[in-house]
Design a protein around this ligand. Structure first.
Ligand SMILES: C[S@@+](CC[C@H](N)C(=O)[O-])C[C@H]1O[C@@H](n2cnc3c(N)ncnc32)[C@H](O)[C@@H]1O
Length: 391
């Protein structure tokens, strides 16, 4: 490589290491212009642009795939970033070039699943499994097809095999397994999956949540707290702080505000607001268990939907609250039972269950109100807003 291009590569790598996505995207664009025949230049450009804006130029991803059709990462990222029609054509083209390309077969199976053609989806996923038995997506798509065909026993077996191949559950099928009764007490949504979802959602999160879904969770909790709290609290923790919408409410109540979240991209957004004193990238229950802090208030706004059993959560929160400290939280409410994975694909919890596990952990129900923190599938999401107090 000539020295000028080598310098560009070094600078682009440095910008990537520094997570300076604006510079990285600019440098990879220059490199792609200088060496358009190199697939990785187009792919790296698309990745940097995704980090910067939340979306990539589909044309850049497509160029990378056409230059290196056998590279599964490029194809996968195109499927995530490109319009579906373009994907379908691309997968078909790849399968003409390489009929036993396992990744392309698994992706073709996914397209068939979405089209409701479950028998062919299963057959195609089986071919993917034969081509590469270690490819988790092939097993996953076969399991999804069987679940849609109501072959529940087989679906459970396939889902379990998939989770053995991909214990981080990057495609989020633990939820499906939980829904068909095949997952014990383990989390149906792994931290890696939740982090991935919100990393991808971060750029458009605020406008989608507020303008499209009418999110009012932090505002309602803030109003409940205003009636109870008369002077600033020394130390407040925002659990699952996301992009910091909840922090905007909390900042007015706190001398020191700490945020915790799984998603690095959401935390970047939160940090840009300049309202947090410290932010931690961690799973909240694990973090609370290790944390030595002593908080007067912990908020969990639109977060318990990602936690199945809330007993460990309440126990961990209570362990870091000062005497008389409070938890302010929303919960997507279900009428009966303890908890379930519902249509919106997150957890809901019943009032009776919430009260039982909160009280068992040493919390009293100080205030409670019902409403809708936001919409889901164009319908108000039944929500319990709770303020709990450590006894
Ligand atoms: C719907 S957003 C709500 C964000 C913020 N609380 C608000 O009110 O805008 C849910 C956030 O919780 C985070 N989250 C979900 N489960 C988590 C867990 N177990 N540990 C840490 N963060 C979690 C997600 O990454 C996401 O940023």
């Amino acid at each position: 490589m000539d020295p000028a291009n080598q310098r560009l590569v070094d600078l682009a790598r440095q910008a990537t290491a520094d997570q300076d996505w604006t510079s990285a995207a600019r440098l990879f664009r220059e490199l792609a212009k200088a060496r358009p025949e190199t697939a990785s230049n187009w792919h790296n450009l698309a990745l940097a642009a995704t980090r910067r804006d939340g979306t990539a130029e589909v044309a850049d991803l497509r160029r990378a795939v056409l230059l290196a059709p056998g590279e599964p990462r490029y194809l996968n990222n195109l499927l995530v970033g490109a319009a579906e029609v373009a994907c379908v054509r691309l997968i078909a083209r790849l399968l003409v070039l390489a009929p036993t390309h396992a990744r392309a077969l698994a992706d073709r199976s996914f397209v068939l699943l979405r089209a409701g053609d479950y028998d062919r989806a299963f057959g195609t996923a089986r071919r993917a499994q034969v081509a590469d038995p270690s490819l988790a997506e092939g097993v996953a798509r076969a399991g999804q097809a069987k679940a849609r065909l109501t072959r529940v026993v087989l679906a459970k077996t396939l889902y379990r095999r998939y989770l053995m191949l991909d214990p981080t559950d990057s495609t989020g099928l633990g939820r499906d397994l939980a829904r068909i009764g095949g997952l014990g007490t383990t989390q149906a949504m792994t931290p890696a999956f939740v982090a991935g979802v919100f990393d991808g959602y971060a750029a458009g999160f605020d406008s989608h949540l507020i303008d499209t879904l009418g999110y009012i969770g932090p505002r309602v909790l803030g109003e409940m707290l205003d009636a109870l709290i008369t002077s600033p609290i020394e130390c407040v923790v925002d659990l699952g702080c996301g992009s910091g919408l909840s922090g905007l409410t909390l900042r007015l109540l706190a001398r020191q505000l700490i945020g915790v979240d799984l998603s690095a991209r959401m935390l970047e957004r939160a940090w840009q607001r300049g309202i947090y004193d410290a932010l931690h990238q961690a799973e909240i229950v694990s973090w609370l268990t290790l944390d030595q802090g002593c908080y007067g208030l912990a908020m969990a706004a639109d977060v318990t939907s990602y936690l199945r059993d809330l007993q460990p959560f309440f126990q961990a929160v209570v362990s870091v609250l000062e005497a008389g400290g409070r938890v302010a939280m929303t919960a997507h409410e279900q009428a009966e039972g303890d908890f379930a994975i519902v249509e919106g694909e997150t957890y809901s919890h019943s009032e009776a269950y919430l009260h039982r596990v909160a009280v068992a952990a040493g919390l009293a129900i100080e205030q409670q109100t019902r409403g809708a923190m936001r919409e889901e599938k164009k319908r108000p999401l039944p929500t319990l807003f709770l303020v709990l107090r450590k006894q």
